[in-house]
Design a protein around this ligand. Sequence first.
Ligand code: ADQ
Length: 471
Amino acid sequence: MSETYDFVVAANRLPVDRVTTPDGESQWRRSPGGLVTAMDAVMRGRDGAWVGWAGDPGEAPEPFDDGGMHLHPVALSEQEVADYYEGHSNDTLWPVYHDVIITPTFRRSWRSVYRRVNRRFANACAEVAAQGATVWVHDYQLQLVPEMLREMRPDLRIGWFNHIPFPAVELFAQLPGREEILEGLLGADFLGFQRTEDAGNFLRAVRQYLDLDVTGDVVDLGERQVRAAAVPISIDVEGLREIVESDSVQARAREIREQLGNPEKILLGVDRLDYTKGIRHRLKAFGELLADERLDPSKHKLIQVATPSRERVKAYMDLRDQIELTVGRINGDFSSIGATALTYLHRSFDREEMAAMFAAADIMLVTPLRDGMNLVAKEYVTCCADDGALVLSEFTGAATELSDAYLCNPHDIAGLKQQIMKAVDAPAPQRRQRMDSMRALVSENSVQQWAKNYLASLEAAPKAPSTQAAS
Ligand code: ADQ
């Protein structure tokens, strides 16, 4: 029998990617993305296990230890990657949960593979969890795991956290298998969401489709109760501050400014290349501001980092083409020899380089059409100069907390342009005041505090009457 752990995290992906070095050696490297960035800090020093897919189709690597964690890989075949991950997770659930920004694809065959893979994850959790352990399941790819796991292991404390929004009932209604999802989630003791509105949407769906009693934020299942509430995620404030305050990162921030020709203002966007992030809307606004001559390409430079993401899903390939076409057009129209208006970077960077970009940028543009939280907004607030400015979409979870940002509706391009210009033209004391209050807010709720709050809610959830493991 393999070793078991008192604290187990289950997420679609392990926090590491396998990379091949130029001399052909295979190594594990921390993978980018919001969930990993957040949970990496939480797992450090806990001696827990992480159950997840290692990122390559085929046989799973043997379990191994890395960064003070026990990593327990789950295998996915080529077909399962296509149906469970790219299909049902990213082409059905992702668009439905993000306000149907693109039309979701519904396939029955994907759903049955989703079910099968969720079962595999539940089995893996049951294998590594010690008697009475806490298992923390993450995100929309694993919504059936809580119920499957509870059936096998009623002794466990099971939590689930949704990193993305939970949609309004009217949109959730479209989802074939909606009851199965709700029942799957109700296998947990506590369900965490980014915003109170997300928890409310979930509870309304439970009332409507399962006809269960809901009192306040608690669902009554008769033999036990499940609470659904907001626990907004954050970042590793201390860790990031340490990085950004280092001499080398500050020097790199100055170097970035110099390399751009010491412009008056650097504008920055950092996103996974995803249609939810509003990159097209942002570029449209920037292009129009240059065309209107309200921004000057010799004085105002935009850096857009677009991290490669879900590159085999058609909507993502199309989006990349559209964005790169727009970048080309803007630079064709407004750049001069040796001085580009828009620097476009389609790759991953280490934390030091990201921090240096945040430190160099005068104005951060975070304009998603829908986003569970958006950690980039909080990272910028932590790293930027005292008079940095944040333009932030109302449709992010972060906007609930960061109300001192220059808030915008990215669908309204005229309004978005206006907010960008407000940030560009604001007197330094105003920017400083706004940034001060946002900074205080972010540092009060670090990712470590978030995990503590989440686990305290999970611990406080009412215990099920039977805590005996099924034989
Ligand atoms: P994501 O959609 O991935 O996360 P976000 O919250 O912005 O979005 O997190 C992205 C993370 O990746 C940030 O830490 C950022 O610094 C990092 N990153 C981005 N581009 C990078 C690059 N090129 N190189 C290196 N690092 C890069 C999901 C949800 C969000 C939610 C998080 C956490 O969609 O709404 O905030 O999970 O819950």
